[in-house]
Design a protein around this ligand. Structure first.
Ligand SMILES: [Ca+2]
Ligand SMILES: [Ca+2]
Length: 337
């Protein structure tokens, strides 16, 4: 119990770090959990997550996927239409990942929790039509509680299971006993296997620009695991980067290889949401993550006002998008990036 309390209590009161030239994106009122940006500047945003134990501002509204074109002077978020036949009423999107195939087809992988179960939905993005065509729903015993995924092919991916149990009561038990049963699974239509284990709560996952390394954020352990990817899709540990905050989703700058983390400096405030004492937000940029001394920069920090619970920070050509669990996405441009 005490170890869990300690982990949740990364309860730093932050020195605020301002973002110059930042703009709130209108129309996102029920949280933006994850963001993935294509090389051409089109950003996909997963909105409206309902998660056991976390406050939802729109409990009766289905989740949605928004699209933003970061090439626009004043980008707006537009809801993507989803093809008929997909159950939109129970759509509860969590982590997302894009994959561009050899023929330039764009696939969007979405972790979904219809009635709090876990599926992975695969969509094809139709840009001319601002729509997503649903291709398939993936369910598997080794994918009981997926948080985030990183696509490595048109129908294969790595996924983090943030908890071993899917029953809410057992999740609390798991959390409070400090069990390290959270893991990473590789999925393909022909092979599904656990490729990494022993996490308190594996959360964000992403891949290096050269596709040789996979990065995994362990939210409750306050660290990022660097793993080497092999030809048979297995992963082996390289090193662990310790940080003093709860790291959620990870983004990788395709040009610099910098790793960006949306972080929660105070776990208790995150899980026990109080409008009078809202959770803070923190965005970290990690440069040269493979070197002996990576540079960790706190790009944004506050104790809770505009951004409440930054779950993701993603960059494209010097522009930064921050998604938050409890509030809106934020758009930011700066010459320092
Ligand atoms: Ca993701
Ligand atoms: Ca997450």
């Amino acid at each position: 119990l005490s170890s869990c309390r300690r982990k949740l209590n990364a309860s730093r009161e932050l020195e605020p770090v301002e973002l110059p030239n930042c703009h709130l994106i209108k129309g996102i009122e029920s949280g933006a959990e994850d963001i993935d940006i294509l090389p051409n500047g089109l950003a996909f945003i997963s909105c409206g997550l309902k998660y056991p134990g976390l406050k939802s501002f729109a409990p009766d509204k289905p989740g949605e996927i928004l699209l933003m074109d970061l090439n626009d002077e004043n980008p707006r978020a537009v809801e993507l239409r989803i093809s008929r036949g997909f159950d939109i009423a129970s759509f509860n999107p969590h982590g997302i990942s894009t994959y561009i195939d050899k023929d330039d087809s764009v696939y969007l992988f979405v972790v979904n929790h219809p009635v709090f179960k876990t599926t992975v939905e695969v969509f094809k993005f139709v840009e001319d039509d601002n729509s997503l065509v649903h291709l398939k729903t993936i369910r598997h015993d080794l994918l009981p509680r997926v948080n985030d995924i990183v696509a490595v092919g048109p129908d294969n991916f790595y996924a983090t299971n943030d908890h071993y149990f899917s029953d809410p009561i057992l999740i609390y038990l798991e959390l409070f006993l400090g069990l390290t049963w959270s893991n990473v699974v590789y999925y393909s239509p022909t092979e599904v296997k656990e490729v990494a284990s022993g996490f308190y709560s594996a959360n964000g996952i992403n891949i290096s620009p050269d596709k040789k390394h996979v990065y995994i954020a362990d939210l409750m352990a306050h660290n990022i695991h660097l793993m080497e990817k092999h030809a048979n899709w297995s992963l082996t540990p390289v090193k662990v980067l310790e940080l003093d905050t709860l790291i959620d989703n990870l983004s990788v700058d395709p040009y610099t290889g910098d790793v960006w983390g949306g972080c929660h400096p105070n776990g208790m405030k995150l899980f026990l949401y109080d409008p009078e004492n809202v959770p803070g937000s923190e965005v970290l940029r990690i440069q040269n993550i493979h070197s002996a001394n990576p540079t960790v920069t706190q790009v944004y920090a506050e104790n809770g006002s505009v951004l409440q619970g930054s779950s993701v920070a993603a960059v494209h050509s010097g522009k930064l998008l921050i998604g938050t669990i409890f509030h809106r996405a934020l758009y930011y441009t700066s010459s320092v990036l």
